[in-house]
Design a binder for this molecule. Structure first.
Ligand SMILES: [Zn+2]
Length: 411
C-alpha cells in the first residue's frame, strides 16, 4: 500500500499472496477465474488489460451536520440539492474496481468515517473516526493485494491542494509520469466537481461525473471527454426528473437522505461503464440516469458548448474538431456495437436509445433533452445566438422529440 505516492510496507492484514499473472484456470482458489471467464464468453478480448489501468476515485461529502448542510445549500445554488450524499458511491466504486483487479487506484477524500455512514455500504462501525481513505485502503488491500493503492487525504478545492491533485492525476498512471486512465467523480458538491472539471480539461483526461439526489431516489452518471462531450462548465448538468414537487422539499436545515440501494446502483452504473471504456466492450453511456420511483433509466449525449467559460475546454474542442474523421469515429464507436433497441427484446419501450447528441448550453437545451431529464439548475443567460442543435442522422430534432414524447410516461 502506498501513501501519497510513497511506498510503505505497513502492517496491513493480508488475506492472500499477491498474484503475478491473472490466470483463467477454473479452480476455487483462483480469485480471477470468474473475471477471466469474460474472455471465454466472448465479452472481453483481453481481461488482463485491467491490470494496466489506473483510475482516480474522488470522494468527499459535506460533514453530516444537517444545519451546516442547509447553509451550504443556500450559499451555493439549487443544483447542490440535486446531488448530495454521494460519499457512499466512491467507496463502493473503489471496492468494485478492486475486486475486478484494477491495476492502480488513487483515492481522494478528506472525510472521516462516522457512525452516521453505516446506512451505506462498505465501511464498518469499528472504522468510525478513521480517515476514509486510510480505512478504505486497508480494506481494499485486504480484499485484493494485487491492486496498487495510493491515498490522498486532502480537500482538492483549495488552491494548493488543487495543484497537488492535478499533479497526482497527471503522474498517477501505471507507467512512470503518465496520467491516470480515468477519473471518477463521486463528490457531492459543486466546487469539487468544478475542480475535477478544470483539472481534466487542462490535462485532457476523460472522467465520469456521478450523483445521487438528496431524497435518495434518483441518480446519474455522465461521461465527460474534454472537447468531445459537454464538460461540467459547458451547461448545467442533467439530472433525472423525480416527479416530486420541489416546493414541498424543505430548504433550510434539511437533512439529506441516502439509501445503500440507490448508491449501489449508481456505483454499479459507474463501474460498469468504466470497465466497458477501459476494456473496450459494449457501449459506454454518455449520460445514464436512474429514477428509482419508476425504475426509469434515461440516456442521452450532450455536445460541448463552443462558448464554454473554461479555456481548456475550448482548446480541447479545437483539438477534437481538428482530428481526422477516422480517429474521431474510432473513439466514438466501440468495437462491439450493441444492436439498437435491444431493450425491445421484451416489448418494453421506455427509453429512446438514440445517442443523438444535443448541443449544450443553449437556452433551448431544457426543451431538447430526453424526456425524464432536466437540468440541475437554470442555465445562465447567454447573450450570443444559441448554437444549433445538431443531429447525426436524417431524423430532425422535431421528429426525434415527437418520437420520444409518449415513449416514457412520467408516472
Ligand atoms: Zn466546457
Amino acid at each position: 500500500m502506498e501513501h501519497e505516492g510513497k511506498q510503505s510496507e505497513s502492517a496491513v492484514k493480508v488475506g492472500r499472496e499477491r498474484i503475478e499473472k491473472m490466470s483463467a484456470e477454473v479452480v476455487d482458489s483462483n480469485p480471477y477465474s470468474r473475471l477471466m471467464a469474460l474472455q471465454r464468453m466472448g465479452i472481453v478480448k483481453e481481461y488482463e488489460q485491467v491490470r494496466q489501468k489506473s483510475v482516480a476515485v474522488v470522494g468527499k461529502r459535506i460533514p453530516f451536520t444537517c444545519g451546516a448542510f442547509g447553509l451550504n445549500c443556500i450559499s451555493m445554488n439549487d443544483m447542490v440539492f440535486r446531488f448530495v450524499g454521494v460519499g457512499g458511491v466512491g467507496s463502493v466504486t473503489a471496492d468494485m474496481l478492486t475486486r475486478c483487479g484494477i491495476g492502480k487506484l488513487l483515492l481522494f477524500d478528506y472525510d472521516k468515517v462516522e457512525l452516521a455512514n453505516m446506512n451505506r455500504l462498505f465501511f464498518t462501525p469499528d472504522q468510525a473516526g478513521l480517515s476514509k481513505v486510510e480505512a478504505a485502503a486497508k480494506t481494499l488491500n485486504f480484499i485484493n493485494p494485487d491492486v496498487s493503492i495510493t491515498t490522498h487525504n486532502y480537500n482538492i478545492t483549495t488552491v494548493d491542494n488543487f495543484d497537488r491533485f492535478l499533479d497526482a492525476i497527471r503522474t498517477g498512471g501505471i507507467a512512470q509520469d503518465t496520467p491516470v486512465d480515468l477519473v471518477l467523480s463521486c463528490v457531492d458538491n459543486f466546487e469539487a466537481r468544478m475542480a475535477i472539471n478544470t483539472a481534466c480539461n487542462e490535462l485532457s483526461l476523460n472522467w465520469f461525473e456521478s450523483g445521487v439526489s438528496e431524497n435518495a431516489v434518483s441518480g446519474h452518471i455522465q461521461f465527460i471527454r474534454p472537447g468531445e462531450t459537454a464538460c461540467f462548465a459547458c451547461a448545467p448538468p442533467l439530472v433525472v426528473a423525480e416527479n416530486i414537487d420541489e416546493k414541498t422539499l424543505k430548504r433550510e436545515g434539511v437533512c439529506a437522505a441516502s439509501l445503500p440501494t440507490t448508491m449501489g446502483i449508481v456505483a454499479g452504473m459507474l463501474v460498469q461503464n468504466t470497465l466497458k471504456y477501459l476494456l473496450h466492450f459494449g457501449t459506454v453511456s454518455d449520460y445514464l440516469g436512474y429514477n428509482a420511483m419508476i425504475d426509469f433509466f434515461p440516456r442521452m449525449s450532450l455536445k460541448p458548448n463552443p462558448t464554454c467559460d473554461d479555456r481548456f475546454c475550448l482548446e480541447r474542442q479545437k483539438e477534437y474538431l481538428a482530428k481526422p474523421p477516422s480517429v474521431v469515429e474510432a473513439v466514438a464507436e466501440p468495437e462491439t456495437e450493441e444492436p439498437l433497441h435491444e431493450d425491445n427484446l421484451y416489448g418494453i419501450e421506455l427509453v429512446e436509445d438514440d445517442d443523438t447528441p444535443v448541443a449544450a448550453s443553449e437556452s433551448k437545451v431544457q426543451s431538447n433533452i430526453v424526456e425524464g431529464l432536466k437540468l440541475a439548475y437554470d442555465a445562465p443567460v447567454v447573450e450570443e445566438n444559441a448554437p444549433q442543435v445538431t443531429t447525426d442522422d436524417d431524423v430532425s430534432l422535431d421528429q426525434l422529440m415527437a418520437q420520444m414524447s409518449g415513449m416514457c410516461k412520467k408516472e
